[in-house]
Design a protein around this ligand. Structure first.
Ligand SMILES: Nc1ncnc2c1ncn2[C@@H]1O[C@H](COP(=O)(O)OP(=O)(O)O)[C@@H](O)[C@H]1O
Ligand SMILES: [Mg+2]
Length: 517
């Protein structure tokens, strides 16, 4: 038997503007979970698309069990028992799970029509075997993203895959769903399946993989036994320089209360309470982190502070001033910075230049406006300074924002929100989708603001981010702040428990902690 189940040798692949893979060597052992890591654009998806037959390499060979194979298309990949779950799911929302699973399968000999009942039965068996908790007759549009992903996995297993490629499966999941996915991956491994798992989150590499291959700029820069490496070694290989992973947070004196919410309530359009008696305050020099599973009122909380969502009762104060009911523009003029969660919708205008995006929101005011006109010399002066200060690449103010990488787009937003020296900064999912180098940058900026005495409201689905940056953690569940804790010796599992409703007085009407477990 060959040493490796899969061996990709000297694989190169160029696209018109970039060499995505450059003489890549990549091996996978049977039965292992192999993490493939690298920053955005490193070439991971391209390499896996070649293995799955979506692209042909310009040069190089693929061996399976020591035998050279040509994977001309995904059907050939399936013949070789290779299946892939893509970053963006390919399910059809109005169809059921079972319809989606059999969709596109080649009809077998002697079958005139697909036996849906039989397929449903098989899906149910697979679901039970791996604890997928999937009901074959649910419609895709009615199930959560986490479950949809499992349908994709079932689809691949149903086709007989022994090798599963998962392209950034955790990017779309909540922390709880990530834990469940990891259990599934381990169960698959136990059944002898081989898994290639793409991620750029290093704690995930450590948590599930047996080996890890690191890519940078289209090249493989290392393959390691996970047990024999560390997150800092992997990060250094990924980025090509040393990266600070552990956040060095110094003691910080706090000052006056900057933002205060007093029993704030808000309803959504269906008159359902989305914020319930939210009371919290943030001081100068303090980071208050909101921990919670997404969709528990975080977005609404930000909206009420920004004046974008009406509140039904309660008050919001900025220092001594009652700003309840202020318009969004009036609130912006009070100098609140906001790194928005949905950058594509609220953060920037993709078809505008870097310079224009840097003055977005201030373009109607001096010094950037002269009467009705934009004062270009002033805009350009500022853009050059910020591109330099925030290391925005490529360093040209005239590039359209859409041509920048995600990390650099986020730098543009961070620069714009911080150069005005806001008294309060709201950072919503500030590092979502960014790679380690850019995450480090954003974290440094937040801590810098803190050391300058700014108040910061941090909202993040990454529990690690909340725990490493916050001075105070407020746990939100179903629109309610269920607990506010000093961030000292906090037990991670306790936070998880509170985030999933374990401590909600509304839900259980009792204080006991014994309801779960
Ligand atoms: N179909 C394509 N056409 C042109 N360029 C592409 C295509 N797919 C990927 N690229 C480019 O190839 C490089 C590697 O991309 P990719 O393999 O998607 O990286 P990763 O998955 O590591 O983020 C990037 O610069 C990307 O823009
Ligand atoms: Mg990719």
């Amino acid at each position: 038997m060959a040493e490796y189940l899969i061996e990709m040798k000297d694989i190169s692949k160029s696209f018109p503007l970039v060499q995505a893979n450059d003489k890549v060597n990549f091996t996978v052992k049977k039965g292992e979970i192999h993490a493939l890591v690298g920053e955005n654009g490193a070439g991971k998806s391209t390499l896996m698309s070649i293995l799955y037959g979506l692209y042909q390499p310009d040069e190089g060979d693929i061996f399976i069990n020591g035998k050279k194979v040509i994977i001309s298309d995904p059907n050939k990949a399936i013949e070789n028992k290779i299946g892939m779950v893509h970053q963006h799911f390919m399910l059809v929302p109005p169809l059921t799970v079972v319809e989606n699973v059999i969709l596109g399968m080649e009809p077998r000999k002697n079958y005139f029509f697909v036996d849906l009942q039989k397929a449903a039965h098989d899906i149910k068996e697979l679901s039970e075997q791996y604890d997928f908790k999937i009901y074959p007759w649910s419609k895709i549009e009615d199930i959560s993203v986490g479950i949809q992903q499992r349908v994709e996995i079932i689809k691949v297993l149903y086709r007989g895959a022994e090798i599963l490629i998962l392209d950034e499966p955790t990017a779309v999941l909540t922390p709880q769903e990530v834990d469940e996915l990891f259990k599934i991956l381990k169960a698959l491994k136990k059944q002898g399946k081989t898994i290639i798992f793409i991620t750029h989150k290093l704690n995930e590499v450590m948590a599930v993989s047996d080996r890890v291959t690191i890519m940078r700029n289209g090249k493989v820069v290392g393959t390691k036994e996970t047990k024999q490496t560390s997150t800092s070694e992997i990060a250094t290989l990924m980025v090509g320089r040393e990266v600070l992973l552990t956040i060095d947070k110094t003691e910080q004196q706090t000052g006056k209360i900057v933002l205060r919410l007093e029993k704030v309530n808000s309803l959504n359009q269906q008159r359902y309470a989305v914020l319930k008696d939210v009371t919290l305050s943030i001081k100068e020099g303090q980071i208050l982190g909101i921990a919670g599973v997404e969709g528990n009122g975080q977005a609404e909380l930000v909206e009420v502070i920004n004046g974008l969502r009406p509140i039904t009762s309660g008050n919001i104060f900025l220092y001594e001033q009652d700003i309840t009911g202020f318009s969004p523009r009036k609130i912006r003029e009070l100098n609140i910075g906001h790194i928005p969660e949905d950058r594509r919708k609220r953060g920037y205008i993709a078809d505008y230049s870097v310079a224009e995006n840097l003055v977005l929101g201030s373009h109607y005011k001096p010094p950037f406006a002269k009467g009705l006109f934009i004062n270009f010399p002033e805009v350009n002066k500022l853009a050059d300074r910020l591109i330099n200060d925030y290391d925005i690449r490529p360093a040209s103010k005239d590039n359209l924002l859409k041509s920048l990488s995600g990390g650099n787009q986020q730098k543009v937003i961070v620069a714009r929100e911080l150069y005005k020296k806001p008294i309060l900064l709201i950072a919503s999912q500030p590092t979502r989708g960014l790679d380690v180098g850019s995450i480090e940058f954003v974290h440094k900026q937040l801590l810098l603001e803190r050391s300058l005495g700014k108040a910061i409201l941090l909202i993040s689905a990454e529990l690690d981010e909340i725990m490493s940056l916050s001075d105070v953690i407020a746990v939100i569940y179903e629109g309610e702040i269920v607990e506010i804790l000093e961030n000292k010796n906090i037990d991670r599992s306790r936070l998880g428990f509170l985030m999933t409703g374990g401590g909600s007085p509304g839900k259980y009407n009792t204080k006991q902690d014994t309801l779960v477990g």
